[in-house]
Design a protein around this ligand. Structure first.
Ligand SMILES: Cc1ncc(COP(=O)(O)O)c(C=O)c1O
Length: 382
C-alpha cells in the first residue's frame, strides 16, 4: 500500500466528509450561487457563505465578508500583492518566501513599478524581525512574511513582524500556506492586514481552493472584474466585499469541500496537531540517528510544522525521492519553489528531500520511511 508523505504539497487523503460535500455540491446544490433566486441557487449561495463563515471563525477574522474565495494560495497572494502596490512602492519580504511571492514581486520590479528587499534568515533559519525593520525605507508600503517555511518547516516570528507593521503603519501580508490548519491562526493577534492561504493543504479541502482574509478597511485594487450577480446595472465593479474580488462563477464543489475540511479540522485541531507533532518528532529523531543524513528542519519541536527536510549522503534529492517512490513512499525532492531557502541551506544544486506528515499518517508509515532512508544511507539503493 502506498505511503503518502507529501502533505505540504497537497494533503491526502481528504476526509470522507470532504468527498461527500463535493458530491453534494455537484448534485443536490448544483446551481450558480448568487445569481438566480431558485431553491438550488439559494442553497448553493448558502454553501459559499457557510465556507466563508467557517474560515473566518477558524482564523478569528472580524468579518466573514472579508474572507475572499480564491483558486489557491498563489491566487490569493497575487491579489494581496498586486492589489496593494502602486508605482514607486518598496516591499520588504524574506528570503524564505515561496515563488508565489517572489515571482510576483520580481515581475513588478522588472516592469519598473516597485523596488524590493529580501531579508535573509539568521543562521538558525528564522527571520529576525529587527532585520525586516532595518530594511524598511520611507517608501516601504508592504511587509511580507511566510508563516512557516515550506522547505524547512521553521515557523517564523510572524506576530513580531506584525508588531512592527502596526507601529509603522505599513501593510502586512502573511503567506499562511504551510500554517493554516496545521497551527492555530488568529489573524487579529498576528497583526496582519492580509492572510493568504490554500484550501487544499492542511485545511484538507480540494485543489483549486484557497482564500485571502482581508482586515476590514484594507483597500485593494481588483485583479479581475466581471459578473458578481450584484449591482448589475453598474459598469463598475462593486465596492462591497466579497463580490469586489470574486468575479465570475465560483468553484462551488471546491468551496463546499473546503467548508467540510475546515469544519473537520476546526473540530479536532489540537488532536491533529499533537498527532502530526509526534509523527514529525519520530521522523526527526530517527533520521538524525542515521549516519550520512543531513537534516535542515529546526531541532526545536515547537518551532517546526510537520515538515522534515533532509538529504542522504551524496545522493541528489531526486535520487532519494525516486528510490522512495519505487518503495511506494511519496515524498518530494528537488527545489520546493523557494530558491532563497535552498540558497540559505546550500542545497540549490541538489535540492532537498521533504517528507511532510498529515492527519492520516501512522507511526508504522513513519517507521517504514525511516527504514527505507536507512537502507539508502547504507548504500542499498533500490
Ligand atoms: C509557502 C507557500 N506559499 C505559497 C504556496 C502556493 O500555494 P498554492 O499551490 O495553493 O498556490 C505554497 C505551496 O506549496 C507554499 O508552500
Amino acid at each position: 500500500m502506498s505511503i503518502y508523505f507529501d502533505n505540504a504539497a497537497t494533503s491526502s487523503p481528504k476526509p470522507d466528509c470532504v468527498v461527500e460535500a463535493v458530491r453534494d455540491a455537484l448534485t443536490r446544490t448544483n446551481a450558480n450561487p448568487g445569481r438566480s433566486g431558485h431553491a438550488a441557487a439559494l442553497a448553493a449561495a448558502r454553501v459559499v457563505l457557510k465556507a466563508r463563515e467557517s474560515l473566518a471563525a477558524l482564523i478569528n477574522a472580524p468579518d466573514a465578508m472579508g474572507v475572499i474565495h480564491c483558486f489557491n494560495c498563489t491566487d490569493a497572494l497575487n491579489l494581496a500583492i498586486k492589489g496593494s502596490l502602486r508605482a514607486g512602492d518598496h516591499v520588504v519580504a524574506t528570503e524564505l518566501e515561496h515563488n508565489s511571492v517572489l515571482r510576483v514581486l520580481a515581475e513588478l520590479a522588472r516592469r519598473g513599478r516597485i523596488e524590493w528587499t529580501l531579508v535573509p534568515p539568521s543562521p538558525d533559519g528564522f527571520v529576525d524581525p529587527a532585520g525586516m525593520r532595518a530594511a524598511m525605507t520611507p517608501k516601504t508600503s508592504l511587509l511580507i512574511c511566510t508563516h512557516a517555511s515550506n522547505v524547512t518547516g521553521a515557523i517564523q516570528p510572524v506576530a513580531a513582524v506584525g508588531r512592527i507593521a502596526r507601529e509603522t503603519g505599513v501593510r502586512y501580508l502573511i503567506d499562511g500556506a504551510q500554517a493554516l490548519g496545521a497551527l492555530p491562526v488568529d489573524v487579529q493577534a498576528l497583526g496582519c492586514d492580509l492572510y493568504a492561504f490554500p484550501g487544499h493543504k492542511s485545511l484538507l479541502g480540494p485543489q483549486g481552493t484557497g482564500g485571502l482574509a482581508i482586515r476590514p478597511g484594507t483597500a485593494l485594487n481588483t485583479l479581475r472584474e466581471g459578473g458578481t450577480g450584484s449591482a448589475s446595472d453598474s459598469m463598475l465593479q462593486p465596492s462591497e466585499l466579497p463580490e469586489r474580488y470574486e468575479s465570475g462563477t465560483v468553484n462551488l464543489p471546491g468551496i463546499a469541500g473546503l467548508a467540510a475540511g475546515c469544519d473537520y479540522v476546526a473540530g479536532r485541531l489540537s488532536r491533529i496537531m499533537m498527532h502530526e507533532r509526534e509523527l514529525t518528532d519520530l521522523l526527526y529523531r530517527e533520521l538524525s540517528r542515521i549516519s550520512g543524513v543531513a537534516l535542515y528542519t529546526p531541532a526545536e519541536e515547537s518551532a517546526r510544522t510537520g515538515i522534515v527536510c533532509f538529504n542522504v549522503g551524496d545522493l541528489s534529492s531526486a535520487q532519494v525521492a525516486d528510490a522512495l517512490a519505487r518503495r511506494d513512499i511519496a515524498v518530494r525532492g528537488g527545489l520546493h519553489c523557494a530558491p532563497g531557502a535552498h540558497r540559505f541551506l546550500g542545497t540549490l544544486r541538489r535540492g532537498a528531500v521533504r517528507a511532510s506528515v498529515g492527519h492520516a499518517n501512522t507511526f508504522e508509515e513513519a517507521e517504514t520511511l525511516v527504514r527505507a532512508v536507512r537502507e539508502l544511507a547504507d548504500g542499498k539503493r533500490a
